[in-house]
Every structure is written in C-alpha cells, then in structure tokens.
Design a protein around this ligand. Structure first.
Ligand SMILES: Nc1ncnc2c1ncn2[C@@H]1O[C@H](COP(=O)(O)OP(=O)(O)O)[C@@H](O)[C@H]1O
Ligand SMILES: [Mg+2]
Length: 306
C-alpha cells in the first residue's frame, strides 16, 4: 500500500469506528468528507472499495456477539454509500458533460457541413460566373490588353482551388457521397498511389455512424496512413474498422521502423496531438504502440450512443 493510501486508510478506519459507535449525521458527514478528499487526491472507486473492505476486516477482527456483528454489518452500508457519494456525483457530472460535448460536436459538424457546402457549391458557382464574365470581357479586348485578364484568371483559379481545399478540409465530400467504408477504400487507394504503400482496408460497419464520428475516423486514418508512409517508411499498412452497438474501433497498423526514442520524447508533430484531441472530444481513447512484429499500431475507440 502506498504511504498516501495508508493515510486515507487510517483516517477511514478512525471515522468508521466513530460512526459505528455513534451513527449520527455528523459521523456520516465525515464519511462524505473523506470520500471527497480521496476523490480530490485522485483515488478511484476500486481503491475506496479496498479501503472499506480493510476497515471492515479491522473493525470486525474481535470476538463479537452475533447481534452486535449483525448491527455493524448493517450499519457499515450507510457509511460506505456516503463515502462513495462524491464519486457518484463526479461520475454523473462527467456523463452530463460528455452528453453536452457530444451535442456541441454534432452542432459543429452540422455547421462545418453547411460552410463546406457554401464554399464548394455556392461560392464555387459564383466564381464560375466570374470566370465566364472575364472570358467574355477578354474576347472584346484588343490582344495587347488580354494579358492582364489572363493574370486575373490565374488568380481566380487559385481562389477556386483554395475554396475547394477548404471545403474538403471541413467535411470530405466523399463521406457525403459514398459513406465511411468506401471513403476509406478510396483514401487507401490515394495513399497507395501517392506514397507507394500497400494498404488494405477491412471495414465491418453494421449500424448507423454519426457524421461527427465518420469525419473523425476518416481524418485519423488519413493522418495515420500519412505517418506510416512519411515517418515509418512502411511498405504495408492495414486499416481495420469494427463496430459494436456501443463503440467504434479503428486500428491502423504499419510494418515500418516503429517510434524511435527521440520521436517518443519529442512528440512534436501536430498530427498525433490533433488525433488525441479529436478523439477526446468524442469521449474516446487513443493508443499508440509497437506491434508484435515491427512497426506501429494506432488504435482509437470512440463510444457510440446506444
Ligand atoms: N507510424 C509511425 N511510425 C514511426 N514513427 C511515427 C509514426 N507516426 C508518427 N511517428 C513519429 O511521431 C512524430 C509525430 O508525428 P505527428 O504527430 O503525426 O506529426 P508530424 O507528422 O506532423 O511530424 C513524427 O515526427 C514521427 O517521428
Ligand atoms: Mg503526421
């Protein structure tokens, strides 16, 4: 037992004894305060259960009449429940915060979709009209003036490209058009062609996946595959996407050089940090580590609302 846990244990046994001798509100408040302090110190429910079990063993470790033993066993319940109640409150608060976070995420995703649409379709169409108008104006101009309009057209093309990229960043249109599994296949295909990395995709999705989760899984796979090609110098990568009613699990495994110690210490890139933040915002977890052959496994688990 750590010195810290030992302290909690001592205080707990003391308060517990006082409660069993005089089971009143003041004694119960002590249990609550003990639980609150333990929670503040970072103790978990399992540790509290151990502390309580040890306290029970200490208190009952003497000859007791059956009736007294039964009274103590009955009374300990209230004390334990009171000591755990700060944990219950914290758990409820975090569940509510998660729900709010999820709603906020869905709202942001909805906004991202609208902005992506406005950039891609509406602004794109306006630009197409401007292109036409400039081309018409060019046809009315004497040849020596046409050069200036060519420069304008070049800039318009750049704006067009920028808008397209921005809209793709906000919400990859391929997700809208095809759905997650085919979008991942297409992504893998693109990575294979661009980086010469052989990528296989196994996707087993059987329930509806919220748009926010789809975009996140897509971005994560994109980043992980790019890392596999760029940093790991991998020749093969596997994407494995599984779904249960309660969560979605996406793993990307490569056969590259693995994380070297400097990279582990440095962890300077933005890619993994962004993945971690995206996943945390959905209440999920990210694990990165060596796989049993060679190379790296990156796995994310994102809870789904049942
Ligand atoms: N699959 C991988 N295999 C080996 N090293 C990796 C892998 N993914 C990431 N790394 C290491 O972790 C660092 C951080 O990666 P990342 O956060 O994606 O940032 P960036 O790609 O912008 O460098 C990389 O510079 C690299 O050293
Ligand atoms: Mg990266």
């Amino acid at each position: 037992m750590s010195a810290h846990l030992g302290q909690v244990q001592k205080r707990y046994v003391l308060a517990f004894r006082q409660y069993l001798e005089k089971p009143d509100e003041v004694a119960l408040l002590r249990a609550y305060e003990l639980g609150r302090a333990a929670l503040g110190d970072g103790l978990g429910v399992l540790e509290m259960a151990t502390v309580h079990a040890r306290a029970m063993a200490t208190v009952l470790d003497r000859p007791l009449a059956d009736a007294e033993r039964a009274r103590l066993v009955d009374a300990q319940r209230n004390f334990f429940v009171e000591a755990l109640s700060p944990f219950e409150l914290a758990h409820r608060a975090s569940r509510e915060a998660n729900t709010v976070l999820r709603l906020l995420n869905d709202m942001l995703e909805g906004q991202a979709k609208r902005i992506a649409y406005a950039l891609h379709d509406e602004a794109g169409q306006l630009l197409a009209f401007v292109h036409l108008a400039v081309a018409r104006a060019a046809s009315d101009l004497p040849p020596e003036k046409v050069g200036e309009l060519n420069a304008v057209q070049g800039m318009l093309n750049q704006v067009d490209e920028r808008l397209r990229n921005l809209s793709h960043e906000l919400r990859p249109p391929v997700l809208e058009d095809l759905g997650l599994s085919p979008a991942l296949e297409l992504l893998a295909d693109g990575v294979s062609k661009r980086w010469g990395l052989e990528v296989t995709v196994k996707a087993a999705l059987n329930h509806h996946v919220p748009a926010t989760v789809e975009t996140t899984v897509y971005r994560i796979t994109q980043e992980a595959l790019t890392n596999a090609a760029k940093h790991a110098r991998a020749t093969r990568a596997e994407v494995d996407l599984r779904q249960t009613p309660h969560k979605i699990v996406c793993s990307v495994r490569d056969d590259g050089i693995g994380f070297d110690d400097t990279a582990r210490r440095r962890r300077s890139g933005l890619g993994l940090v962004e993945i971690k933040e995206r996943v945390a915002a959905l209440g999920g977890v990210l694990r990165v580590g060596p796989n049993k052959d060679r190379g790296t496994d990156l796995t994310v688990e994102i809870p789904l609302e049942s």
